[in-house]
Unconditional design. Structure first.
Length: 311
């Protein structure tokens, strides 16, 4: 029991480290993609190009660490991991970020913890307590309330744009990729999971990157944003994140993501010159408090007889 608690604590800290890395993703994507008035890289190039650079780093890492080849039964979940976090999430967010500010997009990320917890509960055969789901729901409700306050719609209503829908679809892709990647990390090194997913995506990312290479000179800030996305968001961040999910449990550690929207807002202020006020800070503190309470709630394994067999 003591060792399990130590693993959970370590998993939460590693998960938090991964989330800090991921929190810079939206501001850096905004730098790389530009605005409608001053466009930089295309969303397709950013998504495929960052995966291509990370795949090259992954190939070197796999060889240097003498990584074993994935088992045959690991190939389908690796492909689903790649579809979620290598292709789907980067592509959808890169397209959306040209049309919304990072502060606005950050609040949409607030639905990700609940989506990840749901996927994790199904894949890892866990049964979170009612108190856990209450905290998860409360945290998500706080994020939705914040979105409604800042939507800019008449009367303070919720205004949904195409970019918002793309971001929501990106959250679903990320949840699936996180869930399958975490399950693979139970028997593969967490670093190897993302590396193999990136390498498996090369037949798509390589030709699409070359075909969409920017034809005009770009700002240096766009390239710096792209470099961060490739090395940290697409590669190193997953080393900590998947290891944290494996140690602490996907359902529990996923709730650390509740602080990601507000960390993204904090980073957007110095990087993009966007505005952070007292209301945003207040919602951020409230969400952090919910995370602190939720991590103490029990998460139990379901009896095997009550579950469908794994594919």
């Amino acid at each position: 029991m003591t060792q399990r608690r130590a693993d959970i604590t370590r998993g939460l800290w590693l998960g938090l480290l991964g989330i800090v890395v991921f929190a810079v993703t939206l501001p850096m994507t905004r730098l790389a993609v530009g605005t409608p008035e001053a466009p930089q890289m295309s969303g397709l190039f950013i998504a495929m190009g960052r995966a291509l650079v990370a795949a090259a780093l992954s190939a070197v890492f796999l060889v240097a660490t003498r990584a074993p080849w994935p088992r045959r039964q690991d190939v389908p979940p690796l492909l689903l991991t790649a579809a979620g976090v290598v292709l789907g999430f980067p592509l959808l967010t890169s397209i959306a970020m040209r049309h919304v500010e990072a502060v606005h997009a950050s609040v949409i990320v607030g639905v990700l913890p609940l989506a990840t917890a749901a996927v994790g509960a199904l894949l890892h055969r866990q049964r979170p307590s009612a108190g856990f789901w209450l905290c998860a729901g409360l945290g998500s409700a706080l994020v939705v309330a914040f979105t409604m306050l800042r939507s800019g719609a008449p009367g303070g209503g919720l205004s949904i744009q195409l970019a918002d829908l793309l971001l929501l679809a990106a959250m679903l892709c990320a949840a699936v990729g996180y869930g399958y990647g975490a399950r693979l990390s139970q028997h593969l090194r967490a670093e190897h999971v993302i590396c193999w997913a990136l390498v498996m995506a090369l037949p798509l990312t390589l030709p699409l990157s070359l075909a969409n290479w920017p034809a005009t000179p770009l700002k240096a800030t766009a390239w710096w944003g792209f470099a961060y996305l490739a090395v940290f968001s697409m590669w190193l961040g997953f080393f900590a994140w998947y290891r944290g999910l494996a140690l602490g449990g996907t359902v529990r550690v996923s709730q650390v993501q509740l602080v990601q929207p507000f960390l993204s807002m904090l980073f957007a202020v110095p990087l993009l010159g966007e505005r952070l006020d007292a209301v945003t800070a207040g919602f951020g503190l409230a969400v952090i408090g919910v995370v602190f309470i939720g991590k103490k709630m029990p998460v139990n394994a379901l009896p095997l007889a009550s579950l469908p067999s794994r594919p």
